[in-house]
Design a protein around this ligand. Structure first.
Ligand SMILES: N[C@@H](CCC(=O)N[C@@H](CSC=O)C(=O)NCC(=O)O)C(=O)O
Length: 284
């Protein structure tokens, strides 16, 4: 699959690049960002996927999170995809900021008119990893995943639905129990249809708190950071996730950060700890 480099800049001895490609899974042009640390000049490096939140593109994390210094220090690559297909002229695609463009919710849609293209789950777990492993010096067996808000939900479900695929998972202010909150209910009703409308409970298959109940893979050391002044706490429900982890004997650390809100200043304050956490498992 052809990749077109659209930007490249040296950063902390490595390279921050952005590529465009035609996605088969999504049926549209997509961009993704990749940071290659200096160690990638000498051989394959481990890889962290970062999934962004509502309204984001591949740019938000690379321009605001301040992750490059720590990725370079630990010798890890970071790949950031866009958050949805774009420009498909689907009716309603650009009507709101929490559904459609910029809000793919990391599910494979089953409802019309979204099901042909809104396949972000398959894109981030299959097509994009294959593309990255084929084209860059990264190890396919040293991979982990993290994300923010809608992307934190994405990171948690990707890890819980694919035991053993990711060495660890972490999230900033993730939407932990989307079936119980307005953001998740709007997205799941639109992309998956009304709850209970299919043969199985599709909604539950994309809800981290519910997925834990049937998780039978290796324990993962899950790290979550949550600001106490996050105005969207009622959309996130981290306590429900922690309770489900406790019931499933899944190790989880929820760090409540006094005074921090939902935004990238919060993320940039604690990103070093998350990259350290990932490096520990990626290099073990
Ligand atoms: N409606 C607003 C705010 C959207 C927003 O804050 N998005 C967050 C993620 S929220 C959950 O997924 C975000 O990461 N924004 C990008 C950023 O750079 O801060 C709007 O339209 O801006």
């Amino acid at each position: 699959m052809a990749l077109t480099e659209t930007s490249s800049a040296k950063c902390f001895g490595g390279w921050q690049k952005v590529f465009a490609h035609e996605s088969k899974e999504l049926g549209c042009h997509m961009n993704f960002a990749i940071y290659l640390p200096p160690q990638a000049e000498d051989g394959k490096v481990p890889l962290i996927f970062w999934l962004s939140g509502l309204t984001c593109t591949e740019q938000n994390f690379i321009t605001k999170a301040g992750a490059h210094r720590y990725a370079a220090e630990h010798g890890v690559a970071i790949v950031c995809p866009d958050t949805s297909p774009r420009g498909l002229q689907i009716p309603g695609e650009d009507d709101g900021w929490d559904f459609g463009s910029g809000a793919g919710f990391y599910v494979d849609a089953t409802a019309e008119p979204w099901k042909k293209n809104y396949r972000m789950y398959s894109y981030v777990t299959k097509e994009l990893p294959a593309l990255v492993f084929d084209n860059f010096p990264v190890s396919s067996d040293r991979v982990s995943i993290m994300g923010h808000s809608m992307g934190g939900h994405g990171a948690l479900i990707c890890a819980l639905k694919n035991p053993g695929k990711y060495k660890t998972v972490s999230a900033f202010a993730p939407i932990c129990n989307p079936t119980e909150v307005p953001w998740g209910q709007k997205a799941f009703a639109g992309y998956l249809g009304p709850r209970g409308s299919g043969d199985s409970d599709l909604w539950a298959q994309y809800d981290a708190t519910l997925l834990l109940k049937n998780y039978s893979g290796p324990p993962m050391d899950i790290l979550i950071d949550q600001g106490t002044q996050d105005t969207w706490l009622t959309q996130l429900l981290p306590d429900n996730f922690v309770k489900a982890c406790q019931a499933a004997n899944m190790p989880v650390v929820l760090q409540l950060r006094d005074g921090y809100d939902h935004g990238y200043y919060f993320i940039s304050t604690f990103i070093e700890e998350h990259i350290k956490h990932h490096a520990r498992y990626l290099k073990a």
